[in-house]
Each structure stands twice: as C-alpha cells, then as structure tokens.
Ligand binder design. Structure first.
Ligand SMILES: [Mn+2]
Length: 341
C-alpha cells in the first residue's frame, strides 16, 4: 500500500470520487466521509458519499447528510456511482466485509482504492492509504490528510463541524487515552476557524427520546451485574426488553460505558439479543485489551479500550461463554486494575 502523500498527483486533476464508510455509521464514519466530501468538492472533484445502510437520526444535522446515497435503499444508483468513479475512499473501516452487503461491489471496484482508517489489521486490497491505531479517529486522519496537502485554509465551518463530531465521539468527549496533544491542537485550530463546539455536542448527545432514557434507567437499576472480584460489569438485555421499551437501532449505543464510571470497575460488557444474533460491546479503562478479548472469545475486534463482538448461540449460553472468558482473563483483569490505581 502506497502512502496517502503519494496520492497527491492523482488528485491534481478533477476526479470522480466515491467515499464509503462502514455499516451502521457512527459520528466518526459519517463525519470523516462528509468532511472529506466537502474538502474534495472545494478542490474541484466530483464526490458522492455512499453509506451501506441508513444514517441514524442524531447525525442528520451534518451538512449534506441528505445527499448521502444509502446502498440498502438505492442499490442501482450506488452501482452507477461506483462504475463511473475513478477513486474509492474507504473511511473508518479497513476490510470491505465491514460494509456488509456493499462489500462485493467494493471488492470489484476497478479504480484506485484508498484507505483512511484507525483500526488494526488492514486488508491488502488498498492501493494507497493508512490505518493508524495510534490516531484518535478517522476524522483526525482526514484533518491530517487535508493539512498534508496544504489544504488547511480550505477548512470551512461545514468541514470543521463534521470532523469535530468524529474526534469528539471517538475520544469519549476527550477523555480516552487516544486524546493526544495533537487532538487538542486540532480542536483549537477548528475553533479558531469559528467552530462552535457546544451545539455539536448537544446535537449528538442530547437527543434522547423519553423511552431511551427510561430504558437506560431500567438496565442500570435492574440488569447491571457487578463483579468486584474481577473489576468487571455485565449488562445483558433480551429481545423482549428491547421491544418493551420500543428501542430503535442505535438506542442502546453508549450504555456499555456507564459501568466504567463505578470506582474499581475497569471492564464493561453489554450484551443484547437481536433478531439473528447476539451483539456484544466491550469497553475498558487502562491497559485491559478489549480488542484481544473480543477477538479471542467473540469473533470481534476493535480498539484497546473499545470493541465489539457477536455470538450465534442463545443469550443464556452467551452469558455462560462470557463467564468462562472472564475466568480465563481474571489474572489479567486484576493485574490491569493494579496498574490503574
Ligand atoms: Mn472511528
């Protein structure tokens, strides 16, 4: 894979560009896509953002989110855009399978394939790009890319708001260890260009419907299981409970983080029973590697402090597997706890 810097000559003439992100886009995936979209358009390229599936409501404020093509709703238009594009950007994911049903079309893309991502283990399919786990977010990498191309002067409020959203969410509002001095410099630079940070924060975090907050109250009060011995917490929820509170996709987002606000808890797991599978989210504080935990036990992965996984057995069997996994990692959990305090 060639570096992003080597892409510059190709971008010196107007190109048709398709920008994609992973299934179930979050603020980093969509923010990076639209931030790059606005920037490349300013350079005279003709761009389209393609999302594998629908964009959650709390991200629809992003400038031009309504122009994003949704593959699941508009397969023919997406195929047409991919056919006429010369460059394909993959943002916030590094394996085409992360786009689910879109992956076949991306795999057979004939033009130049570019990767900008911050996850581990990139696929060999990309011609140019980088996947840097040391970076807080894909939005930070898009910002770096713009700067490396001497484009900082082109960063307008639309770009600033999109990029800020991804950096803010992927750093847990600037509290995760990936919040480097560089991240704060980026924010200072964007604010220097007129970015209002508070409204971005509000549009993303203060958008709960009543049922969602009541569900949060219910699970924290009735479902959260704390194991002080291993410094871990588990929240399992059934399909019935999700239905009872009429939750929509994305409504359980963030619940996994709450147990980490308890003193001495360094590892948190959220398990939810969905239509065809059991979904799992993992979060940790300090050195406990949830990417490794998810990979080893639950066919998943992610980052050191945030990862996801899945299970094809029943909810109760999954909980049983989880308990076995905790037993196997107990010493590691205790060691990581000691290092933290
Ligand atoms: Mn990300």
């Amino acid at each position: 894979m060639k570096t992003l810097a080597e892409l510059a000559p190709l971008l010196s003439t107007p190109q048709k560009i398709a920008i994609t992100h992973h299934f179930n886009p979050d603020a980093d995936a969509l923010g990076a896509s639209l931030g790059l979209f606005h920037y490349l358009n300013l350079l005279g390229h003709s761009c389209r953002v393609i999302s594998p599936n629908t964009i959650p409501d709390f991200l629809l404020w992003m400038p031009e989110s309504y122009s994003v093509l949704i593959y699941e709703e508009n397969k023919q238009s997406v195929e047409a855009v991919l056919n006429e594009s010369t460059i394909l950007f993959s943002l916030d994911y590094n394996q085409y399978s992360r786009t689910q049903s879109l992956s076949d079309s991306l795999n057979s893309f004939k033009g130049t394939k570019v990767l900008i991502d911050h996850h581990l283990f990139p696929d060999a399919a990309f011609d140019y790009g980088a996947s840097l786990p040391s970076k807080s977010s894909t939005c930070e990498m898009v910002y770096d890319f713009i700067n490396a191309n001497n484009g900082n002067g082109l960063i307008n409020l639309d770009i600033a708001r999109c990029l800020y959203a991804g950096v803010m969410t992927d750093t847990g509002s600037f509290k995760f260890p990936c919040t480097t001095a560089g991240v704060h410099s980026l924010v200072a630079d964007l604010m220097g260009k007129g970015l209002q940070a508070a409204p971005v924060h509000q549009s993303i975090f203060d958008t709960f419907k009543e049922n969602r907050l009541r569900f949060l109250g219910y699970v924290l009060s009735e479902k959260m299981i704390i194991d002080q011995e291993t410094h871990s917490a588990l929240i399992p929820v059934t399909k019935d409970e999700l239905n009872r509170f009429q939750l929509k996709t994305g409504d359980t987002e963030g619940i996994v983080n709450y147990p980490l606000s308890i003193q001495d808890i360094i590892f948190s797991t959220f398990i939810s029973e969905r239509d065809n599978e059991i979904r799992m989210s993992f979060r940790s504080k300090g050195h406990f590697n949830v990417n490794e935990f998810a990979r080893t036990f639950f066919n998943g992965g992610g980052h050191v402090n945030a990862a996801g996984g899945r299970s094809r057995v029943s909810l109760s069997d999954t909980i049983e597997l989880y308990r076995k996994a905790i037993t196997q990692t107990e010493n590691q959990l205790k060691q990581c706890y000691k290092e933290l305090v």
